[in-house]
Design a protein around this ligand. Structure first.
Ligand code: NDP
Length: 493
């Protein structure tokens, strides 16, 4: 274990269990030195001539130069998408559209190792996760929506669905390829064309995806990819010929987008932040629940909108849960995202690291007690150790604000009513977890927790057939399942 050295005197892991490094080779990824914008099926220079490197979070290595799109480029992208929509794509028999989606799904499967390595390089997430979660789920989304493409009339009986037109899609940096798939697959299945903007810090898998589109022989202009910063996103939002906006990201930008779209008649779905409650009752299978807590908050370094970042433990099992949690945290391996044994990878960007550090400092200042297992972080790159806070009051910033890092706040409760009241005491409403042996209690809490997704005796489970989305400041609209198709359709009366 090169990057992390556990101090043997304090480590709960016997030295015999130490792992050798198991790095995944990055040779499978062939990057261009510089990427333009993917407009109308071709690579184009950005009108500004501006490029900036996308950097690997694990060691700050510049990976490739990426174009910065401006208003003119976004306009070209929207024109290409409109042209493709009007001249062919929307009239294509639905079963033909489905074939393209099936092809894309199969190519993603065939090239999954390449994509997984690139996702981990560009974003910092452990290869174990990009290989076993992001890639299989991305392919599954294309397979799933391919199946619906020629069955829309059955999906929405007596409602005569037709595509909306050009969809503008803006995605974040925490699950770049997966968020691309969540957005592009239903849009194309419904017969729309797309202008997609990946996040500034993780554009590379979206650019590699352009090559998948070429391989699948998707008609030019059906999917256009514009890279850049928030300004490119804002240009997509305000473009008059975009019919629908789908956004995943911060609540702050979501609100800006909502204001920009108000009164334009554009359709809008927003998938924003979260501060999920993971609620552990005293009758839960504690060892299993501890695994769920770990997965809930340390998966993808906690860069997860539905992360179980507030843990509510029933008082009678608090000591037991905390002891087991700390022991399990000591076995987490923080380090090189390309090492197959890594559990917690690099923080996505310097800005995000600073945001996490600022919120963690506020937790200490406000009086919470911090615990971090002993581990030495790599010197280069951006890192934050798995962290847990106890003695947390509901009013503390670490219990209210989205940290989007590997930081857990632990609170306690005595009765189910108190658990519900505290869990709902947040401006967000994206997800929650409930751990109990009692089915009736699960059903009761699922009714009363104000969250779009509620997991019972598990956490962070995703399936393309299952809708995902929030209430309150977590946004509105659903992605996944039939619910995820509806926002990409108009219904004729
Ligand atoms: P943003 O909301 O800024 O980024 C999300 C996407 O929106 C990116 O593609 C971004 O582009 C783009 N964008 C930025 N500004 C605009 C705009 N005015 N109009 C249209 N698009 C825009 O998130 P951050 O990266 O700043 O992260 C900040 C915080 O947001 C995190 O700490 C976390 O709490 C939360 N977050 C939540 C996510 C979720 O899944 N719900 C995902 C990401 C962040 P660019 O990257 O180029 O700036």
């Amino acid at each position: 274990m090169a990057e992390v050295e556990k101090r043997q005197d304090r480590s709960p892991v016997p030295s015999a269990f130490e792992y050798a490094t198991a790095p995944e080779s990055r040779e499978i990824v062939r990057l261009e030195e510089r990427y333009g914008l993917f407009l109308g099926g071709e690579w184009k220079e950005p009108s500004s001539g501006e490029y900036a490197p996308s950097v690997a979070p694990r060691d700050e290595e510049p990976l490739a130069e990426v174009a910065y799109a401006g208003g003119e480029d976004v306009d070209l992208a929207v024109r290409a998408a409109r042209d493709a929509f009007t001249n062919g794509w929307s009239d294509l028999p639905a079963s033909e559209r489905a074939k393209y989606l099936f092809r894309i799904a199969r190519i993603l499967q065939e090239r999954s190792r390449e994509f997984a390595v690139l996702e981990s390089l560009d974003g910092g997430k452990p290869i174990r996760e990009s290989r076993d979660v992001d890639l299989p789920l991305s392919a599954a989304h294309f397979f799933y929506y391919a199946g619906w493409a020629d069955k829309l009339e059955y999906a929405f009986p007596n409602r005569r669905p037709r595509p909306v037109g050009v969809a503008g899609q803006i995605i974040p940096w925490n699950f770049p390829l997966l968020m691309l798939s969540w957005k592009i697959a239903p849009a194309l299945a419904a017969g729309n064309t797309v202008v997609l903007k990946p996040a500034e810090s993780t554009p590379l898998t979206a650019l590699l995806f352009a090559d998948v589109l070429r391989q699948a022989e998707l008609p030019a202009g059906v999917v256009n990819i514009v890279t850049g910063d928030g300004r490119a996103g804002a240009e997509i939002v305000k473009h008059p010929d975009v019919d629908k906006i789908a956004f995943t990201g911060s609540t702050e930008v979501g609100k800006e987008i909502m204001r920009a779209v108000a009164g334009t008649g554009k359709k809008l779905t927003l998938e924003l932040g979260g501060k999920a409650a993971n609620v552990i009752f005293d009758d839960a299978a504690i060892d299993q629940a501890v695994e769920g807590i770990i997965n809930g908050i340390y998966f993808n370094q906690g860069h997860v909108c539905c992360a179980g970042s507030r843990l509510f433990v029933q008082e009678s099992v608090y000591q037991e849960v905390l002891a087991k949690l700390k022991r399990r945290m000591g076995t987490l391996r923080v380090g090189d995202p390309l090492d197959k044994n890594t559990d917690v990878g690099a923080i996505n960007s310097r800005e995000q690291l600073e945001r996490i550090e600022e919120l963690v400092a506020s937790g200490e200042e406000e009086g919470a007690e911090i615990y971090q297992p002993p581990c030495r972080l790599p010197e280069k790159g951006w890192w934050f150790p798995p962290t847990v806070f106890t003695n947390v009051a509901q009013s503390y910033r670490i219990a209210q604000e989205e940290i989007f890092g590997p930081v857990l706040s632990v609170l306690t409760f005595r009765t189910p009513d108190e658990a519900v009241e505290k869990a709902n005491n947040t401006p967000y409403g994206l997800s929650a977890g409930v751990w109990t042996e009692k089915g009736s209690r699960i059903l009761s809490l699922a009714q009363r927790l104000r969250a779009g997704v509620i997991w019972a005796n598990t956490y962070n489970r995703f399936d393309p057939a299952s809708p995902f989305g929030g209430y309150k400041e977590s946004g509105f609209g659903r992605e996944g399942g039939l619910h995820g198709l509806a926002p990409y359709l108009e219904f004729e009366k």
